[in-house]
Ligand binder design. Structure first.
Ligand code: COA
Length: 162
């Protein structure tokens, strides 16, 4: 039986931290579905097309990774896709309470669903998409934060947004 996992998130935009989680999950599972949230209470800076496109570009060398958009409840999406595992990245203790809450809620909504946590490397623990957006939109250097192959696209987009 093939083992699949969903890695959900906003990815606004994808960072080196996200890519690290995807790469590690791709080693552990037969298939990783990177599920990009379409309707969020946050208004994203990057459109759903841009976010999925950037993710496709940074995972182009990984055969077992699929990039998909999803709307509504994650627990329902997992059921629809026939997937019983979610992977999330844990950066610091401060992530834990919120992630723990979401994992329990998702399990209540879909009892078959397990949440697995991958801890970030210490050099990527500080990273977030909003940090990338803020530094990039102010003309700062984001080359240590985003994958090299999408660096220029992200920089251009954030400059344009300004
Ligand atoms: N590296 C870098 N940054 C990371 C990271 C990592 N490994 N892991 C998380 N982050 C950052 C993100 O970049 C983002 O940063 P920002 O707030 O500065 O933009 C932040 O952590 C939050 O990440 P996000 O992708 O928005 O995830 P989330 O943990 O808030 O959850 C969903 C997003 C899609 C999983 C969640 O909203 C969801 O499931 N929505 C569907 C509706 C639903 O089912 N709701 C009930 C849930 S119980």
């Amino acid at each position: 039986m093939k083992r699949s996992v969903i890695y959900p998130g906003s990815f606004d935009p994808v960072t080196l931290g996200h890519l690290q989680v995807i790469r590690r999950a791709a080693k552990m599972f037969d298939k990783v579905i990177v599920a990009v949230l379409i309707n969020s209470s946050k208004t994203p800076t990057f459109s759903i097309e841009e976010r999925t496109d950037l993710l496709r570009q940074v995972t182009a060398d990984l055969d077992n990774v699929e990039i998909a958009g999803f709307e509504g409840l994650l627990a329902a999406y997992a059921r629809e896709r026939g997937v019983t595992a979610i992977v999330k990245g844990l950066r610091a203790v401060s992530d834990f309470e919120y992630e723990f809450q979401m994992a329990i809620a998702n399990k209540k909504l879909n009892p078959d669903l397990e949440t697995i946590f991958i801890t970030a490397d210490s050099d990527l623990m500080y990273l977030s998409s909003s940090m990338v957006r803020e530094i990039g939109s102010m003309g700062g250097d984001i080359s240590n934060f985003v994958p090299e192959c999408v660096h220029d696209r992200i920089v251009d987009r954030l400059r344009y947004k300004k």
